[in-house]
Design a protein around this ligand. Structure first.
Ligand SMILES: NC(=O)c1ccc[n+]([C@@H]2O[C@H](COP(=O)([O-])OP(=O)(O)OC[C@H]3O[C@@H](n4cnc5c(N)ncnc54)[C@H](OP(=O)(O)O)[C@@H]3O)[C@@H](O)[C@H]2O)c1
Length: 289
């Protein structure tokens, strides 16, 4: 039996759909959710609903009963997420789970990382590996979805162009849906051989490449202007972005500028059995171009 956490989220729900598409019987799938009302559609499909927050160690323990494999979808609250992940790992170990899978992030060099969120993945990976559980780690690259919607501002980019403090930094974007499908494919298989997958696109792209792809797709001239961090932050503040968010964007953007997300691997293509969706096709789909 496979337990998928974050099952009411975007990635987790797509992983569950892949398992169903691969003929894993719904009664062999369990979904960990913290709000049962959000899981009605999963229950309807015959999926076993288990209720717990990552904070609630006893409830996690109950939720792991009869489970062979767990996919831990990383949480979002930086201030406590490492402890939350540790709770899930400890509960899995205590319940006799045979395989712990985790959605991490694909980064070039953990020693020079600036983004604290990414460091929580590093800490979690270390904890899982030290736990003695059999593990699979999926190091997902930055979702193309996040770039298209949050970094360049959605379809408005066709009018505004791209101004980011990311220099010539490249990212090997992949669609969230491709990451989810690949995770589902791996989980549906028998193997749990302490493996780390680098789930990236087949090519790394700069924001100049993103601008070129948008120009080709839209027929408009979209430009990329690299800006310095102060200019970027001042403009974000002017647009009403909260101060805390502005502060958090600096290490995130600097890591991209420094090439932290530029690793290219064939792991995603191998797990999908096809090439991942590339930048141009992905942007066309995400921005409806
Ligand atoms: N690689 C990337 O570019 C990238 C981008 C964004 C996020 N991420 C990471 O990837 C994960 C999955 O992405 P997503 O797009 O599926 O995010 P999402 O739609 O926000 O889903 C996150 C899921 O985690 C659950 N969750 C959060 N905190 C929890 C807690 N304390 N206890 C139990 N469940 C909890 C949420 O439950 P509720 O439905 O109850 O809220 C939700 O189901 C994110 O959580 C984040 O760590 C990666």
């Amino acid at each position: 039996m496979i337990l998928i956490t974050g099952a009411t989220g975007k990635l987790g729900s797509q992983v569950i759909q892949t398992l169903i598409d691969k003929n894993v019987p719904p009664n062999q799938i369990a979904a960990l959710v913290r709000d049962e009302t959000k899981a009605a559609h999963l229950k309807k499909k015959g999926i076993d609903i288990r209720i717990s927050d990552y904070d609630n160690r006893p409830a996690l323990q109950n939720a792991m009963e009869g489970i062979d494999k767990v996919l831990l979808v990383s949480g979002l609250d930086v201030s406590k997420v490492v402890k939350q992940h540790q709770n899930v790992v400890d509960a899995a170990k205590q319940a006799g789970v045979k395989c712990l899978a985790y959605t991490s992030n694909c980064l070039r060099d953990r020693n020079t990382l600036l983004n604290q969120v990414m460091l929580t993945h590093v800490e979690t990976e270390d904890y899982i590996i030290a736990s003695g559980l059999n593990y699979v780690i999926f190091r997902n690259v930055l979702y193309m979805d996040s770039m298209a919607l949050f970094m360049i501002g959605g379809k408005n980019v066709l009018e505004t162009g791209i101004q980011l403090p990311t220099g010539e930094g490249q990212v090997a974007y992949a669609l969230r849906s491709d990451e989810a499908e690949a995770i589902g494919n791996v989980l549906a298989g028998e193997d749990c051989r302490n493996r780390i997958y680098n789930f990236t696109g087949s090519q790394a792209y700069s924001f100049a490449d993103v601008a070129d792809a948008l120009s080709e797709l839209s027929g408009k001239t979209v430009t990329y202007t690299p800006v310095d961090m102060e200019t970027y932050q001042a403009s974000a503040r002017e647009r009403g972005v909260p101060t805390q968010t502005v502060a958090m964007m600096a290490p995130f953007m600097t890591d991209i500028k420094n090439g932290q997300a530029s690793t290219v691997s064939s792991d995603l293509a191998d797990a999908l059995g096809r090439k991942p969706v590339d930048l141009k096709a992905g942007l066309k789909q995400l921005l409806n171009l």
